[in-house]
Design a protein around this ligand. Structure first.
Ligand code: F6P
Length: 342
């Protein structure tokens, strides 16, 4: 069998570990051949390929990014896009696809599977917001990077008696903010699922200073104020999946805190630092297991499925189930973090 592999959407530490495991197991145990499709769905759409075998995968386990490249191309937004993909798969003799991606990439995989393309999905996103799996790889790395940043910001905030607002990624789900906020001892954590009250936040800031500590506020990029108002946008631009570019909420909050409390407040935006560089051991472990199980699903011709972590087991779930809804932080989980606010 000849198997195509692609990585789509925002990159994520652990993608290379998946590719390596897929190829290693596929070649050694199933005698498969592979072709790499470049830059997400743009690869099969435009016929952009690269050689992919055990040789190309040497040394990539600890490397961030993806050797295949990525993009947010949506073939369903392009006239004749699906037909072009089908033609290119045929042209390159590809019998099956392994698509590694988040909500959007796997959403495309779901629709293609319904149209008869033989595809198996591997869930990835640093946001950890895919409902079908307990965890996605990349999340642990992002949380560790954010936690280390918070640890460092505590000491400089204390020296200068100032508030530091740390903006982390998380468009619709506050998992990174919640986990890093708890691990880093934040004075407050603001997430998209729970609109925040700026007055209450300022009270937390005042209380924190009264106990002679400097407040660290961790905020997801998609957090919104309770008094209404839209998500803060960097620009009105949308990508091919209709997502707006977020950013700026940290600065806005720092400005409000200064104006309302008179305390100096600065914002630190962690941005893509959270997505770059080497994956943690947990993410390498999870990504490797996902890769092994995904190529086994191909060998079993169990198409239209995605691998998922349930407890410590890797299972297969229908692609449609894995991408049907976003996994969000519940009010109960948020309440656990709130014990430490102020
Ligand atoms: O989905 C992963 C993610 O990193 C989000 O947390 C973030 O909102 C988005 O991608 C940023 O996307 P990009 O940097 O590709 O524009």
């Amino acid at each position: 069998m000849r198997v195509g592999v692609l990585t789509g959407g925002g990159d994520c530490p652990g993608l290379n570990a998946v590719i390596r495991a897929v190829v290693r197991r596929g070649v050694r145990d199933h005698s498969f051949e592979f072709v790499g499709f470049r830059d997400g769905w743009r690869g099969p759409l435009e016929g952009l390929t690269m050689e992919l075998g055990i040789e190309q995968c040497r040394g990539i386990l600890p490397r961030g990014g993806t050797i295949l490249g990525s993009s947010r191309t949506n073939p369903f937004k392009i006239d004749g896009g699906v037909e072009q993909i089908q033609e290119n798969l045929q042209k390159h003799g590809v019998d099956a696809l392994v698509a590694i991606g988040g909500e959007d990439t796997l959403g495309v995989a779901t629709k293609l599977a319904e149209l008869g393309v033989d595809v198996v999905g591997v869930p990835k996103t640093i946001d950890n917001d895919l409902s079908g799996t307990d965890f996605t790889f990349g999340f642990d790395t992002a949380v560790n990077i954010a936690t280390e940043a918070i640890d460092r910001l505590h000491t400089t905030a204390e020296s200068h008696h100032r508030v530091l607002v740390v903006e982390v990624m998380g468009r619709h789900a506050g998992w990174i903010a919640l986990h890093a906020g708890i691990a880093g001892g934040a004075s407050a954590v603001l997430i998209p699922e729970q609109p925040f009250d700026i007055e209450k936040l300022c009270d937390y800031v005042e209380t924190r200073f009264e106990t002679h500590y400097a407040p660290i506020i961790v905020v997801s990029e998609g957090a919104v104020p309770a008094e209404g108002g839209d998500m803060t946008l960097v620009s009105g631009e949308k990508d091919a999946f209709g997502h707006v570019r977020l950013g700026g909420i940290g600065d806005r909050i720092a400005g409000e805190i200064e104006a309302r409390t008179g305390k100096e407040a600065r914002a630190v935006v962690l941005g893509h630092v959270q997505r770059g560089g080497t994956p943690t051991a947990f993410d390498r472990w999870l990504a490797t297991r996902f890769g092994l199980h995904a190529i086994d699903a191909v060998a079993d011709k169990d198409f239209g499925t995605m691998v998922a972590l349930r407890g410590t087991d890797i299972v297969r779930v229908p692609l449609s189930e894995g991408t049907a809804e976003l996994k969000l932080v519940s009010a109960e989980e948020y309440a656990e973090a709130a014990v430490f606010f102020g």
